[in-house]
Design a binder for this molecule. Sequence first.
Ligand SMILES: Nc1ncnc2c1ncn2[C@@H]1O[C@H](COP(=O)(O)OP(=O)(O)OP(=O)(O)O)[C@@H](O)[C@H]1O
Length: 238
Amino acid sequence: MTKELRIQGLQKRFGGLTALNGIDIVVPPRSVLGVIGMNGSGKTTMLNCIGGLYRADAGSIKLDGRELVGLAPERVALLGVGRTFQVPRVFPRLTLLDNLEVPQIPLGRSADEVADQTEHWLREVELFDLRHNYGEELSGGQQKLLELARIMVTRPHLILLDEPFAGVNPRLAQLLITVIRKIPAEHDCSVVLVSHDLTSIYQLSDHIVVMNEGAILSQGDADHVRRDPAVVEAYLGA
Ligand SMILES: Nc1ncnc2c1ncn2[C@@H]1O[C@H](COP(=O)(O)OP(=O)(O)OP(=O)(O)O)[C@@H](O)[C@H]1O
């Protein structure tokens, strides 16, 4: 069952720089949260704190009441949080089949279940015909699709997508949008989507958070955020 993500008072500093300055966000079950903001506003840092790559200095991050702050990335992953990266991290020397089978090893699934999940997700991202190819043979956009499939085979409760559309050609970007849109309802999983691609964010998100210098500048649905004078000013300049 999908779980609620509740972030309260999240702070992260790097030396004298405050990258996150008291962030409060709730991501309800089966929803898509879009996160936008200028370069350096703290979007990736927030994903890194949720995923356990960075330890927050203050605040809490709870997945259905379970505190994630202080857990190692592997523990967070085992609790059902999947993560993709700005530069996709597929296994370059493994076939696509192996890329999707490896993450299922710790889950103790039967061989049939592993094969079913693998085939399902390779078809979903339209890479099944390339299943015997190596990760490194894919284009950058195909690698982003494979990376998404690789976290989805674990049946996560929450996925964190960092710039999934960056450097992806329009056809594959549209396929990514189609796949991401179905995830909450069909796979009972919430999505936190960080992107500079406002059109995709507006299309996909139930709720949008606009970050600025480590704080939340605005939040609401697409209509609210698009019209918020503070957002217009931040994006278009005063
Ligand atoms: N590991 C780190 N060490 C030091 N400073 C860091 C580290 N990670 C991030 N920062 C700093 O924290 C601030 C927020 O960075 P972050 O990458 O979270 O921003 P972002 O909104 O994701 O930016 P972009 O849109 O460019 O990816 C920046 O000033 C960045 O330089």
